[in-house]
Design a protein around this ligand. Sequence first.
Ligand SMILES: [Zn+2]
Ligand SMILES: [Zn+2]
Length: 316
Amino acid sequence: MKVHFWGTRGSLPAAASTLDLKRKVFGAIKSLAGRHLAGDDDVREFLEKELPFHLAGHYGTNTPCVEIRGGTEHVICDAGTGIRDLSRTLGVAPDGDPGERVFNIFLSHLHWDHIQGFPFFMPAYSEGSRIVVYGGHPDMKAALDYQRGYSNMPLPVKADLSFRRLEPGRQYEIAGFQVLVASQNHPGDSYGYRFEVEGGSVVYSTDSEHLEEGSADERRFIEFFRNADLVIIDAQYPLLDAFSVKENWGHSNNIVAVELGAKAGVRRLVLFHNEPTVDDHGLETFLNDTRRYLEIYDPGNPMQIDLAYDGMEIEI
Ligand SMILES: [Zn+2]
Ligand SMILES: [Zn+2]
């Protein structure tokens, strides 16, 4: 299995400004501190191994879209703005073969940050494509029809577009994966998906506020995440925000994410739905704090923790 993150930002897109870029260049030059880099290889090594990510990279702009490879057809979680970048890679092969044209899109829910890229998903305008949209909401079709309405984005979909409602607690076989569905605590409900294929398991669980420790809700999610190779988890807020000003906003925090991951024996945890108002330096600090918390909470636990960024790719 391979997982590619096309969009990782929560709520709305958040691009880096010129000022942000200038700060990165300034920080990078300052980090050189009189050192001499002899050639391109030295420069590359410095960029990739020595500079912190907040100076050498960018956590990203796009709203949620994650591609899960390793099945028999395309599998995509959510249709945030990241799906536009994904669709740009779906061109015809040099030999003229249009490739696999069945696209299975699993929607966590219908909030705009999870569907706003759909009008820019190019296979929707190709007669040879088949798009199946999966989710737990009964009004998936109505939401996407409204999105293509005259006052929003009137474009004629030519693909064979269909919708399939999934029931939480049930397991399905879709595109070569066993897919288990879980209902999640979020305004208007949301759904998480666990994808399994021989030798690998990936959970996509965003826009999900977790309830208190010891609750039935916590036990349900520990089972849902149990021994997964990778869990992509909503960790939009730091703990203090999640339990004070942003309680009941439907998102989780990094502390609960670590505790659930550790209790479930997760191998790798990726914090997701990144807060759009926090800059790269702030997000990197958030990640480092989260890693430190695991060391305190469960010393010796080998779970790897990362923060998702647009373009991140994980092989399982
Ligand atoms: Zn969201
Ligand atoms: Zn939402």
